[in-house]
Design a protein around this ligand. Structure first.
Ligand code: KG4
Ligand code: ZN
Length: 356
């Protein structure tokens, strides 16, 4: 069967076609139209601008996704025989952006007379772990890795979720203020590194050399010793701002200061994420730690999680980098897992605060 996935939860217009044949998934297309350049001017995502871009992008992105999947060799009206179902992200995310994708998907589902499956974006980030990177792959026997402690870290969310099966989730902790990715983005803005901040901080931190250690910056590890599974990153950003303001303009612009600050803020975030996730895995007797979301694309975060999990003999999963950041492959996959549930088209709505 062929499933079309659509995601417009934030600033990327994503459409993908996934085919499932003989218990194997094939990613026939994965189109991500990024609005990074547009939002870079503002140092973050501007919802009304993002909504306008989604409206403009959705039709061409669909065309590209169908072309890549080699489904557009005849007229689109003939494609209804080729697409079996459509999955669309209904939340959580930016409300005006979500509605663009939801309305587009509803129209398409009506036109093609195919079922529309509403998808939770957080669940999709988790499900991205059951896809392997080599395009033709068996549906992972993911039951063997459950229960799993899932850490979803993105620009909008930092959540710890206990997964017992598809649709069986328990939110055990989340950020009380900024998400980890949001912290990266805000710190990058302070340091003049542009948007999105995560990859920029990653790059600067990788350039830091211990021999250059000069400023001895020590940032807090918020809530690290608290016994709950919640997070808080807004104080960390404020601590960066105070340190930055205490420096001379010359130091603020110097490479070694920026690299040292990037390294320290990255390590502070990684320390908190690892500590809380490991504790959750132990306390909930999870067999596996699962990562997902844009921040899980961080090279250093992946390396340190892997090292810690190896030392503690805990199994760990993380999607390939392009399936950590927003994409619609994970949406199509999640829709596949929910394909047998019945949904009433008029009742499908965007919900910015949808819970897992
Ligand atoms: O999952 P995602 O693409 O969108 C949301 O659902 O929010 O995550 C975007 C976030 C941004 O905050 C971005 O700075 C961060 O993921 N990010 C990274 C990296 N790539 C993207 N953070 C750290 N290291 C990266 N390599
Ligand atoms: Zn996301």
């Amino acid at each position: 069967m062929k499933i079309l996935g659509i995601d417009t939860s934030c600033d990327d217009t994503c459409i993908s076609l996934v085919e499932i044949r003989n218990s194997k998934f094939e990613i026939r297309s994965n189109v991500v139209s990024s609005q990074v350049k547009l939002h870079a001017k503002y140092g973050g995502v501007y919802p009304s601008l993002a909504k306008r871009e989604h409206r403009r992008n959705l039709a061409p992105v669909l065309k590209k996704a169908l072309e890549e999947a080699r489904l557009l060799n005849s007229k689109f009206k003939n494609q209804n025989a080729k697409i079996d179902a459509i999955g669309v992200t209904v939340g959580p995310g930016l409300e005006p952006c979500l509605w663009q994708g939801v309305n587009f998907a509803k129209d398409l589902a009506k036109k093609l007379k195919r079922p529309l499956i509403p998808v939770n974006h957080i669940e999709a980030h988790i499900v991205a772990n059951f896809i392997s990177s080599n395009f033709q792959f068996p549906i992972s026997n993911f039951q063997t890795v459950l229960p799993a402690a899932c850490l979803v870290v993105s620009g909008g969310h930092t959540q710890l979720v206990l997964m017992k099966g598809i649709g069986k989730y328990k939110l055990i902790g989340e950020t009380r203020d900024d998400a980890a990715g949001e912290c990266f983005d805000k710190v990058a803005r302070i340091l003049g590194l542009g948007y999105p901040g995560g990859p920029a901080i990653d790059e600067q931190a990788a350039k830091f050399k211990i021999l250059n250690l000069k400023f001895k910056i020590v940032l807090p590890r918020p809530m690290i010793y608290q016994k709950n599974y919640d997070f808080s990153f807004s104080g960390l950003k404020t601590a960066v701002l105070y340190d930055f303001r205490s420096r001379s303009p010359k130091i603020q612009k110097s490479k070694i200061y920026i690299q040292e600050m990037a390294k320290e803020v990255q390590q502070a975030i990684i320390d908190v994420l690892i500590k809380k996730t490991i504790r959750a895995a132990k306390n909930y007797k999870a067999k596996t730690i699962i990562l997902g979301g844009g921040v899980a694309a961080s090279e250093e975060l992946r390396r340190q999680f892997q090292k810690t999990c190896l030392t503690l003999h805990v199994k760990q999963l993380v999607p390939p980098k392009n399936l950590c950041t927003d994409n619609a492959v994970m949406v199509a996959m999640t829709a596949y897992f929910h394909r047998k549930e019945k949904f009433n088209l008029p009742e499908i709505k965007a919900n910015a605060n949808l819970k897992i």
